[in-house]
Design a protein around this ligand. Structure first.
Ligand code: FEO
Length: 401
């Protein structure tokens, strides 16, 4: 059902309370929404579309407010398919609408729609006059794709920012607005989770994005997921949280080394402990932590891995491979911000011992700085093997401190 926000703006998006995962990897414990908005003025603009799975509901929402062929513009601030998925069907019905997007967005849309269309490319500061409302487009790349931009709506009585994913959150709020949220702690949890998963790799761009809207007296922020942010409620605090999370600096005094391992019979664990000893012998001020992968939540471990200054991965070999929990952890590496990070590999094996080689190659492929020695011990580590593990830790630490 469409909802009126004010005299000009209508919510026509779709709620998905049953969603539990988005983009394959992001948890959505409290559902999500695919927000889309109609600005009804002398000219009519539709901002974002929605996920293709919800096209029928979405279409009904739009039809409650206007005829499809009366839409003049469709603004795509970001072209990922959770926002552009319904576009192909919508443009068949909204045949008079021109699509407005960034230059990068136009390239992506050509391949998403498999159609050549005349896009209006919104350069930075490009303005669109709808009548009583004007929209200024603000270039904001890498939030979180190269295509992303903001649309700033200026009306004599209010100002609103359409920010797509930026400042958003996977949280299904049937009341649409932030002041309707009943379980604020759940929202806060999902907001932070969303930031970490979507914007954690793009902190520099988050700060640039915030700078671009700094000083604008906004009444609303219309994100593409989660509740509408309003001036007297969460708008300011969400901006402030993004600023804090994007500005977090590492403790440069005490470097953090994380040792992640799985151990079938305790042998890889014994190696991990000796490696830690060796690392601390090299520099006792290092902060070295051991994590048995199967005992922790994967998102927690990925966060530790990504924030570490260096890390090690230990795995036994089972069925000629590293074990599944290790691979699950490795799929969460932020390859952009971990490029050239110091890493090392170790493990005990029984028969063939492929795990360390496979992990080593995987980390190299991701362009991390992999310590050339691999510590590979057959079955139960002897006293000599444990000494080797200590030396391995010492030498690894020596390579970066
Ligand atoms: Fe909600 Fe980047 O898409």
């Amino acid at each position: 059902m469409a909802k009126k926000i004010n005299d000009f703006i209508y919510y026509v998006g779709v709620l998905n309370p049953n969603s539990r995962i988005s983009d394959v990897i992001v948890k959505t414990d409290f559902g999500t929404s695919y927000n889309s908005f109609l600005i009804k003025d002398k000219k009519i603009a539709l901002v974002e579309t929605c996920h293709s799975d919800f096209f029928e509901d979405y279409l009904e929402n739009i039809k409650e407010i206007c005829d499809l062929d009366s839409i003049d513009y469709i603004i795509l601030n970001h072209t990922e398919p959770d926002h552009s998925g319904a576009l192909k069907k919508i443009i068949k019905l909204a045949s008079n609408a021109k699509i407005i997007c960034s230059k990068a967005g136009a390239i992506y849309l050509k391949n998403i729609l498999n159609q050549d269309l005349d896009f209006i490319i919104a350069q930075n500061d490009f303005e669109l006059d709808l009548g009583k409302n004007k929209i200024k487009f603000i270039s904001a790349p890498f939030l979180h794709w190269p295509d992303s931009m903001f649309s700033l709506l200026e009306n004599k009585n209010f100002k609103a920012l359409f920010s797509c994913d930026f400042l958003g959150c996977h949280f299904c709020e049937p009341g649409i607005f932030d002041f309707k949220i009943k379980f604020l702690s759940d929202y806060d949890l999902m907001l932070e989770n969303y930031f970490k998963n979507i914007f954690g790799s793009f902190k520099k761009y988050v700060l640039l994005g915030l700078e671009k809207i700094n000083g604008i007296d906004l009444d609303f922020i219309f994100t593409s997921h989660g509740p509408v942010l309003t001036k007297n409620n969460l708008l300011g605090s969400v901006i402030e949280k993004y600023k804090i999370w994007a500005s977090e600096k590492k403790d440069t005094k005490n470097k953090y080394v994380a040792i992640f391992y799985c151990s079938a019979y305790g042998n890889t664990f014994e190696l991990a402990k000796k490696i830690k000893t060796g690392i601390l012998e090299r520099n006792k001020n290092l902060d070295v932590k051991l994590f048995n992968i199967i005992e922790h939540d994967l998102n927690f471990l990925r966060n530790e891995l990504n924030k570490s200054d260096a890390f090690l991965i230990g795995s036994p070999t089972i069925n000629r491979d590293a074990v599944a929990p290790v691979w699950n952890l490795l799929t969460g590496i932020d390859a952009i911000n971990n490029k050239n990070k110091n890493v090392a590999v170790f493990g005990s094996f029984g028969w063939s011992g492929e795990a360390t080689d496979f992990i080593f190659n995987r980390l190299k492929d991701l362009k991390l700085k992999v310590f050339e020695d691999k510590l590979k011990i057959n079955f139960v580590p002897s006293g000599k093997d444990l000494e080797s593990a200590k030396t391995f830790g010492f030498e690894f630490a020596k390579s970066f401190v």
